[in-house]
Design a protein around this ligand. Sequence first.
Ligand code: NAP
Length: 291
Amino acid sequence: MPDTNKNFLLEEVFNVKGKVALITGGGSGIGLMATQALAVNGAKVYIVGRTEEKLENVVKAHGQNIAGEIIPITADVTSKDEIARLVKEIESRERYLCILINNAGIAGNTQQTEAKTAEEMKKNLFDDDSSTLDDWVNTYRTNVPQLFFMTMAFLPLLQKATEHQHGYSGTVINISSISGIVQSSQHHFGYNASKAAAIHLTKMLASEIAGNGLKIRVNSIAPGVFPSEMTAGGESGSDQKSHIDKDKYAKVPARRPGKDQDMAGAVLFCAANQYLNGQTVAVDGGYILQV
Ligand SMILES: NC(=O)c1ccc[n+]([C@@H]2O[C@H](COP(=O)([O-])OP(=O)(O)OC[C@H]3O[C@@H](n4cnc5c(N)ncnc54)[C@H](OP(=O)(O)O)[C@@H]3O)[C@@H](O)[C@H]2O)c1
């Protein structure tokens, strides 16, 4: 093959072999898809979650006979102390961190938003027991500050990835959502507001980090509907995979929920493309075209 063609090979364009990654919420749903996308293609992936059993299940079901590695670490990433402990743990094992995926997230409560009168709308969204300030704050705490504190805590290890690898920059991928882009509340105002904040936070982080002369790319993936514990009513199998019926999402232009491969393509693109920075990539089967 002529040398001029080599740069176009898939294993060059999407090369993640030997990269060190950390994925919060890697024990189920989208985080697990990201974990498999990287580990199957040769990356060493640390998965972080609060439930040890979920993480161990992932290692058992998906961590054998692959080019890379999946390593579980239990931690709650809404606590600064826990984040600091995570950094120490990775520092003790690795020279640098190439890919940080801030994926852990929670949905919070839902409310009925449809109403025929102002009184009814107030009843649904103010009087209802599920509508609390604590619910907004808890959702925000996991979905927004976590991205900020994880990124700041891992900055030195991410910058070291840039310094130690020619032509490669350490990278952060925040898993936001199309919920932060659409105008509808989708029955959870607090969640959608938190995801809009995550998208803006991605841009601010990319801008401030670049402004300080550091070479670390920060992007976000905004998924549409993918099977996960969040979207399948808390359910996943012994392999930590979830299922949602295709019919439920027949209105999406793709006429189905997202698949593993759809998320894998997005994760590999954001992880490997050295010219992508400050962006949000929506992977939603056309969901936002119709809202
Ligand atoms: N699935 C979708 O359709 C969809 C669409 C758009 C965006 N998203 C976003 O995708 C991300 C992943 O969600 P998912 O849908 O894949 O749901 P999921 O299956 O519930 O995954 C969330 C993961 O995050 C972990 N987690 C939650 N809080 C944590 C904490 N404080 N510390 C550490 N780990 C924590 C959970 O494990 P533990 O409970 O064991 O900690 C769980 O494995 C979220 O940010 C979500 O908002 C999902």
